[in-house]
Design a protein around this ligand. Sequence first.
Ligand SMILES: Nc1ncnc2c1ncn2[C@@H]1O[C@H](COP(=O)(O)OP(=O)(O)OP(=O)(O)O)[C@@H](O)[C@H]1O
Length: 266
Amino acid sequence: MPDSLNLINVSRHFGNTKAVDNVSLDIPPGQFVGVIGRSGAGKSTMLRLINRLIDPTEGEIRYGDRVVTQLKGKALRDWRRDCAMIFQQFNLVDRLDVLTNVLIGRLAERGFVSSMLMRFTDEERTMAIQALDRLDLVPQTLQRAGTLSGGQQQRVAIAKALVQQPRIMLADEPIASLDPANATLVMDGLRAINREDGITVLVNLHTLDTARAYCDRIVAMRDGRVMFDGSPCQLTNDVVRDIYGTEGLQEFNEAATSTQKVAVMA
Ligand SMILES: Nc1ncnc2c1ncn2[C@@H]1O[C@H](COP(=O)(O)OP(=O)(O)OP(=O)(O)O)[C@@H](O)[C@H]1O
């Protein structure tokens, strides 16, 4: 039985900055959640707290019976495997081929020695190729990762996350540096694994149109706080104006111009 992810009064301060300020969220399994907000709103910090890349100043994160914020050692490694993360900058090893990059996603499962030797079983290779196939990347299997387009690299990163067999996928602005066509392919890839595998997806996005086109639920942050939490149709322009002011709406619309085709093509 898949579990819900719960953030309970979570805060993270950096000096005087309240990057995340008393956030509570209940995310049921299999939901596709978009997190939006202006630069500095706290979106990345929230994802990093969930993955335990950083610890909260206050509050608790739970996943079913697990108190994520208290996990240590193997239990923490298991959590990081269950909760895969992809980043704007792909985090691949450029000089290694695509298949090896994907197989690196399996290292979370292994002991130190086999990790160092990068030995993988036939079963793992099959799993990696199946993941690449789902993201339409089989022709690139033996190509060096550094020679791929940005969109292809991000899809390799998703395949690498998939072979971890996660329950949650956290994506920190995965399309921020991509052109509209590649952004569409990446968002389609995330949606496919969400719908087909039931993996919960939390994705930070800069633009409203993409969030509206793909997400079941949108969480809007400002100054570390959740200012809106609802369905895309509830996030009308009037609500956005209320939350961000006219200036904020204009900023979103300008950012959206570059990715409008993403929403249209979705
Ligand atoms: N390691 C850190 N040290 C100090 N301040 C930090 C640190 N990480 C984040 N902050 C601050 O916390 C606030 C929230 O930052 P965060 O990166 O979470 O925002 P964001 O919404 O993801 O922004 P962007 O869209 O630009 O990535 C900002 O004021 C940022 O400067």
